[in-house]
Ligand binder design. Structure first.
Ligand SMILES: Nc1nc2c(ncn2[C@@H]2O[C@H](COP(=O)(O)OP(=O)(O)O)[C@@H](O)[C@H]2O)c(=O)[nH]1
Ligand SMILES: [Mg+2]
Length: 204
């Protein structure tokens, strides 16, 4: 993998990218560990900034990972946010999860220690409605004893009505889950390639 780098930010639909490679989005509430997860995948500490002040990033940040683009979505669930801002966030996501911007896959982050919030459920609801394939990335596994990690991941799977195999246990602090996440991303790329070939064949 070439060294990942920051591409650009988008504040609204006008700024959304339509790259000629798959987009994989990273979603989750503020402070869940999105930036840390992206930094872990990139093997670079400072690529996506980790914030002491959560909820302040209202932008979609795009990173070039070589075979795919990673899109860091604005964090949600920040307590001091107005209804108007929430509505704006929902509109942003609705356009982002519609053609032609639809990402090929989403890493939907959730803290392994907590039951999903209403905002988490709204997010996953978006993904089901838009039929975007996703993987639940359970973050901060280092905060749980090893024996408690699998049961916690299982509980997350049940809460999100998805399969246990669709939850990836990760810890940016320990580098846990990095290889699995990277190979999943590679699979997403291979699948997009195959779909593209099939479309071209059909067009002939
Ligand atoms: N112990 C632990 N802390 C983490 C982990 N990932 C993120 N954090 C911490 O959680 C806070 C929020 O992380 P950040 O990546 O900025 O979350 P974001 O708001 O979703 O981008 C920071 O203080 C991170 O150091 C992890 O795997 N383990
Ligand atoms: Mg962040």
């Amino acid at each position: 993998m070439p060294k990942p780098y920051f591409l650009t930010s988008a504040a609204d639909k006008k700024g959304f990218l339509r790259p000629d490679k798959p987009v994989i989005a990273v979603s989750g509430r503020s402070n869940v560990g999105k930036s840390s997860f992206i930094n872990m995948l990139a093997g670079q500490k400072g690529l996506a900034r980790t914030s002491a002040e959560p909820g302040r990033t209202r932008l979609i940040n795009y990173f070039d990972f070589g075979d795919y683009i990673l899109a860091d979505l604005p964090g949600y669930g920040y307590a001091r946010v107005s209804q108007a801002e929430k509505a704006k966030w929902a509109r942003l996501l609705e356009s982002f999860f519609s053609p032609p911007y639809m990402p090929a896959h989403v890493f939907a982050l959730a803290d392994i220690r907590h039951a999903p919030s209403a905002d988490d459920q709204t997010m996953i609801g978006f993904l089901y409605a838009a039929r975007v394939p996703f993987t639940i990335v359970a973050t901060k596994a280092d905060k749980l004893a090893k024996t408690r990690r699998i049961p916690a991941a299982r509980a997350l799977a049940a809460a999100f009505k998805t399969g246990e195999g669709n939850v990836l246990i990760t810890s940016a602090a320990e580098g846990l889950g990095k290889e699995s996440a990277l190979s999943l991303a590679a699979e997403v790329c291979a699948r997009s390639q195959a779909a593209l070939f099939a479309e071209e064949e059909e067009a002939e």
